[in-house]
Design a protein around this ligand. Structure first.
Ligand code: PLP
Length: 391
């Protein structure tokens, strides 16, 4: 439209948010929609975390705070990263932001100039290319295949490097594929990363708590002090603690980068909602959290098995076993439909909401989320079966 900046002219709306909106509108009309498109846990935030925020509110924690976050929360994040992830960040290397999204946005703004290249393994989370493009930098897409578990290899990384490469974005566990990088895979990538001076890796570890079976989450930055220097961590409370609406994430990285991000954030959103930060502090420091996370993780693990089994039973459809997050990403190439056609027809003919892979750079795939109750998953799989058989 006339008057809009060039910056937003090519910005696409978040496909995941818009499908969910259509599904919700259909539900409001009284249609029985199975929503398998959501990117958020269906659980309520654990009670003790909610209580901590209510307490903070009643105690008058209602004012502006430091732009970087309340000191106790920054310290708790630093302690957590030290103890759980083997990452040695000090408190002043932590910035609390409005979700992982703002963390990534801040990072793009402080790291990227026009002409810089950002390597992005495909399939990728929808917002990465948009955020990079908004910063004026160039997205270098590196396709990964199902056969390689949708994981970037060292050889692919080496090939994608140019003198303009500035950043690699690595997301493990991954949205939309559920891929989890194993130690030897990270070690191979680290070797390439260290061979290039000044290459930073943004590690989006927001799904770190959601890993299943034999899979373990490993932070790239824990591999060696040299790799640590190149690592910038982006994470948040949304997925692990079922705190999506609270909008709290964090950045950890080299101090000059974090300082620049604090400066930037101080001119845009300032601090994250003060009393919400006390909820996040409770999430990190309460002995009750481990049990609530584990309960959700086990439930997700069972739903994953249920969903993978159902999808693998569909004729002509394949998917690798996802090891983390709460998504299954399956291949529909044999149906001959584009991912958008597939999802539109599935929603119209069977009232099942799914997200087209094209939103993640893979038009031959569909993403289903199992962050919903088992009855909905079972009903959705049944309808999906009828749909695929009707093609
Ligand atoms: N990173 C990934 C891979 C995600 O899937 C999401 C949310 O869907 C985010 C970051 C951002 O999460 P939030 O901004 O809710 O913390």
């Amino acid at each position: 439209a006339a008057g809009l900046s060039q910056r937003v002219a090519h910005l696409s709306p978040s496909a995941t948010l818009s499908i969910s909106a259509v599904a919700k509108a259909m539900q409001a009309e009284g249609l029985d929609v199975c929503s398998l498109s959501a990117g958020e846990p269906d659980f309520e935030t654990p009670e003790h975390i909610r209580a901590a925020a209510v307490r903070a509110l009643e105690e008058g924690k209602t004012r502006y705070g430091p732009a970087a976050g309340i000191p106790a929360l920054r310290q708790a994040v630093a302690d957590k990263l030290q103890q759980e992830n083997g990452l040695n960040f000090s408190r002043d290397q932590i910035l609390i932001s409005n979700g992982g999204k703002q963390t990534l946005f801040n990072l793009a703004m402080v790291l990227l100039d026009p002409g810089d290249e950002v390597i992005l393994p495909v399939p990728y989370w929808v917002s990465y290319p948009e955020i990079v493009t908004l910063a004026g930098a160039k997205v270098v897409r590196v396709p990964t295949e199902e056969a390689q578990g949708f994981k970037l290899t060292a050889a692919q990384l080496r090939q994608a490097l140019t003198p303009h490469t500035k950043v690699l974005i690595l997301n493990s566990p991954a949205n939309p594929t559920g891929a989890v990088y194993h130690r030897h895979e990270l070690e191979a990538l680290a070797e390439v990363i260290l061979s290039v001076p000044d290459l930073y890796v943004i590690c989006d570890e927001i799904y770190e708590k959601l890993v299943y079976g034999e899979a373990h989450h490993i932070s790239l930055g824990s591999l060696s002090p040299e790799v640590f220097q190149r690592t910038i961590l982006s994470s948040g409370f949304a997925k692990a603690y079922a705190m999506t609406g609270w909008r709290i994430g964090y950045l950890a990285g080299p101090k000059p980068i974090v300082d620049a991000a604090i400066n930037l954030q101080s001119h845009s959103t300032s601090n994250v909602c003060t009393f919400a930060q006390y909820g996040a502090l409770e999430a990190l420091t309460s002995p009750l959290s481990a049990a609530s996370i584990e309960k959700m993780r086990q439930e997700f693990s069972q739903r994953r098995d249920l969903m993978v089994q159902g999808i693998r039973a569909l004729p002509g459809v394949t998917c690798p076993q996802p090891e983390g997050a709460f998504y299954v990403f399956f291949n529909i190439r044999q149906t001959g439909l584009s991912s958008v056609e597939f999802c539109q027809r599935l929603l119209k003919e069977q009232q099942v909401a799914a997200v087209p892979g094209v939103a993640f750079g893979a038009d031959h795939c569909i993403r289903l989320s199992y962050a919903t109750d088992r009855a909905t998953i079972e009903k959705g799989l049944h309808r999906l079966h009828q749909f695929v058989c009707s093609l």
